[in-house]
Structures are given as C-alpha cells and as structure tokens.
Design a protein around this ligand. Sequence first.
Ligand code: 25A
Ligand code: L14
Length: 341
Amino acid sequence: MKQEGYNVAIAGATGAVGGAMLDVLARRNFPVKELRLLASERSVGKVLQFKGQDIKVQLLDDNAFAGIDVALFSAGAQRSLDFAPAAARAGAVVVDNSSAYRMDPEIPLVVPEVNPHAIADYKRHGIIANPNCSTIQMLVALKPILDKVGIKRIVVSTYQAVSGSGNPAIEELKSQVKAYAAGDKLESSVYPHQIAFNCLPHIDSFLESGYTKEEMKMVNETRKIFEDNSIGVTATTVRVPVIYGHSESVNIETKSKISAQEVKDLMKTAAGVKLVDNPANNEYPLALDCEGKFDTLVGRIREDESIANGINMWIVSDNILKGAALNAVQIAEVLIADHLG
Ligand code: 25A
Ligand code: L14
C-alpha cells in the first residue's frame, strides 16, 4: 500500500450510486490522495463535497483518467463500454458497477466476502465487475451455507427499492405519493406504471424467454461468483414502493441437511451479515432498518418442511451500499492492500 494514498476517480459521481461512493470512501477512510469526479456534460462544474472539501465535477471522457490509480464506474453500461477501456489503458484499475462486463469470462466478478481471490484476475483487462445488487446481498448470506453443506437449488423472489433506478425514480415515487395525498393525477415516466401503492413484477427489460434481465442476472452471476454452473437458480424480481433497501425471500435446497438453528449460528459469525431473527419480539430484517448500514440483515430462518433439505430466509440490504457503492469500495480496498504497490 502507498503511504501517500491513491488517486481515485468516480465516473457517474452525481448519480445515486456515485454519491454513495463519495460517502463510503469517507466513512471507511479510504486512503485518497486525489479524488476526481466525473459525469456527463449536464453536470460539469457542479460542486460536490468530500470530507469537507469542495470538488468540481469534470467531463467523463477518454482523457479524464491520467494519473488515476482506481476508477469507480457507475454511469450505466454504455458509459462503461465507452470509457472503461480508456481508463484501464491510462493505468487505472476500473471497478465497474454496471452490467457491461459482468459475464465476460475474462473479467472477475467479485463479492469480497465470497470470492476475493478472483480480484487477482484484474490484471488481464484492468477491469473488475461489481455484481448486481440483488445477487450481492443474497450471496453474502448464502456463502457460509454453501461452504458447510452445499447448495443444489435457489428459488428467490425480490422486493426491490426504487433507488436502484437512480435519483429520478426516487423523485417519481415521492411525487406520486404527494399527488395521491393531494388528490391530483399521478404521473409516471421512469416506470411504465404507477409505483406508489403498487408492486411491479418488472425490473430491467424483458427477454424472449419471458424472464427479465434482472432475473437472469441473479441466475448467471450467482453461478459465476460461486464458481458452480450446476447450482439451479430461479428468480422473480419485483419493484416495490420502498426508497432504500432490497428485501428477498430466499428458499434453498441444500446438498445435506442443515437445521434452522445451525443456519442462525452460521449467520451470527458470517462476514458482512447481521442476524435479526427474534419473531417473539417482532424482530426481523426491515428495509427501513438497513438504510445507511453496511451489514446485510438476515432473519425469518425456517426449515422448509416440504422437502428433505430445505431452508427459507429473508435477506435485506441497502441496495445502494452493499448492492453497489460499498461493495465497489471493498473491492478497491482489497486491490490496494494486496495488489497495487
Ligand atoms: O445501463 P445500466 O447498467 O442499466 O445502468 C443504468 C443506470 O443504473 C444506475 C446508474 O444510474 C445508471 O445510469 N446504476 C449503475 N450501476 C448501478 C448499481 N450497481 C446502478 N444502479 C444501482 N446499482 P445513477 O442515477 O446512479 O447514475 C447515473 C450517473 O451516470 C452519469 N451519466 C449519465 N450519462 C452520462 C453520465 N456520465 C457521463 N457521461 C454520460 N453520457 C450521471 O451523471 C449520473 O452521475 P449526469 O451528469 O448525466 O446526471 C446528473 C443528474 O442528472 C439527472 N438526470 C439523469 N438522467 C437524466 C437526468 N436529467 C435529465 N435527463 C436525463 N435523462 C439526475 O438527477 C442525475 O443525478
Ligand atoms: O444491473 O433498476 O446493477 O433497480 C441494478 C438496479 C440495473 C437496474 C444492475 C434497477 C442494475 C437496477
């Protein structure tokens, strides 16, 4: 690790995830020497704060990365395809939040609590992919179970917050709630239907198969990160009128028997997990409780009595933190500790 710190760039700094990256770098005291904030023309000249210091947003282009050690990207898949290779050529290691490179077999896809060893493969292209938010929180909770008894199959349904679609979606939910209370007409532009007081079984676009891209990210990314293509995964992803925090109902079939109590004991010591499972006191993971937290909350752990080796659980995490900004900064932490001089 360099004593003087690292030059860090954030591409998409004005977005919901980019803003959280600034906060997480500060909260975790990441050794930042220079912080360069990049976004589209729309935001050039805008001023953001980092540790009490004003930083002006600059244009994201091929020339923006000279001297940068680590570039955190969260400006959408197209911007990553356009500019991540230039950042890597300029000598930066890119940690990319978009879906652009996740399934590229030559690019590592990393959750630091699950497969930190994969980070070493950044050397091939200078790019590391950050997984989909719903996948990250599920795998943080399932990893200790995988290691102990093996997992055959995962059936997951998600309840996803609007912040995953960025700040404009947060504004859309808030303004629909206000319009409803005022008795005014509700307007939708981010989502194809009203999101206030509704559930939309539709995240990202639909594929020919009838699944959404978000559902297939959970299937494919789980197999890549767990390094096991034999795991069966099936997902239904749903948008709910929550601002921060994705919730997931997860049913797993394990290779050998594990009791609910044993799963609870595993969750007590799992990295990045907090067990919240005391139904007698109405204590279980809640989206409202995960906001701003680094831990993934796990509870409602029960044996699935319909099969021999089954477990049900409820997994909740801040989608903008562990689902995006925090996971990216954790990857950068491993990178500087183990790989960058
Ligand atoms: O393509 P994908 O992978 O599906 O990703 C789509 C979106 O998902 C978010 C991210 O949105 C991305 O745009 N995302 C990415 N990874 C994610 C993850 N892991 C994730 N979401 C959850 N989990 P976002 O809102 O977080 O960030 C958008 C950022 O990208 C910058 N940007 C956009 N186009 C750019 C660009 N930067 C450089 N060049 C470009 N061509 C964007 O900066 C923001 O920082 P900005 O300057 O364009 O926007 C500043 C503000 O403008 C508002 N706004 C956004 N879109 C529009 C808009 N205003 C008018 N018209 C618009 N179309 C917003 O308020 C924004 O904050
Ligand atoms: O692939 O709209 O990381 O909630 C994460 C959140 C894409 C969209 C990703 C959303 C995304 C998404």
